[in-house]
Design a binder for this molecule. Structure first.
Ligand code: PRT
Ligand code: MG
Length: 216
């Protein structure tokens, strides 16, 4: 049997994927959260887990570094999704991508008046497309994390980031003024692998789909 691999990231994605893996019958030999190994064997001799940065998952699967992957819609939209099938919305790691501004900042007025908006985000492409569609001129400031800090320090007028409970925004006196998209994690598949290893991959994709339905 050919060897197959699933790329996923530690933290939120692994936490919420672990019960799905169990339901699909995949038992990692080590806990990725505590192990330093980046390639983790499982109870299935033909299947291993590849531990990657969340934003690298689509790249690994697109280029065949992994056959399957689990990635947030935020990461997939920003990547573009070329070379990937996205057959299953797993419904896990749910949140929303929003535009947020400091409390008291009149976002609607800036948009109405067509003023330039300085927006900090790690989702540069998604953000550019969102504001282009609205006809709003933006100066994009690319950050790699802690976007919430940008408006507090005068670096930006607004941010585009993910919100789950809303606690982080509140703690930093920011408010969401616009939803860009609802986000959850999807199962992704390398298109060539699905053809070449279809006898192994098709049943796995179906099993993930059933496991995801089961958790709702
Ligand atoms: O850490 P690294 O740089 O490797 O990558 P990452 O930070 O993108 O990874 P991780 O593990 O933090 O997130 C992985 C995926 O989880 C994301 O790509 C999303 O699809 C999903 N997800 C779901 C979230 C959240 N919910 C979320 N709340 N990712 C991040 N957040 C952050 C958000 O950016 C903000 O800073 O949590 C904060 C807001 O949370 P609340 O609950 O205070 O609103
Ligand atoms: Mg993180």
């Amino acid at each position: 049997m050919a060897s197959i691999s699933i790329a996923l990231s530690k933290g939120r994605i692994y936490d919420e994927t672990a019960p799905l893996l169990a339901r699909v019958g995949i038992r990692p030999k080590e806990n990725p959260e505590t192990s330093r190994k980046l390639v983790i064997a499982t109870n299935r001799r033909d299947l291993r887990l590849i531990i990657v940065r969340a934003s690298d998952t689509p790249t690994y699967v697109q280029r065949g570094g992994a056959d399957l992957g689990i990635a947030g819609r935020d990461v997939l939209v920003e990547h573009g999704g070329e070379g990937l099938y996205q057959p299953v919305d797993l419904g896990i790691a749910a949140c929303r991508m929003v535009v947020a501004v400091p409390k008291g900042f009149d976002y609607e007025r800036v948009v109405r008046q067509g003023a330039r908006l300085r927006v900090a985000t790690k989702y540069v492409k998604t953000t550019r497309e969102h504001f282009a569609a609205k006809g709003v001129h933006v100066d994009l400031i690319r950050l790699y994390g802690s976007m919430e800090l940008a408006p507090l320090t005068g670096l930006a007028d607004a941010i585009v980031d993910l919100v789950a409970t809303g606690r982080t925004l509140r703690a930093n006196d920011l408010v969401a003024v616009e939803e860009i998209m609802p986000v959850s994690a999807r199962l992704i598949v390398n298109q060539a692998a699905l053809k070449l290893k279809s006898s192994q991959l098709r049943p796995l994709v179906d099993a993930f789909a059933r496991a995801a339905r089961g958790r709702r």
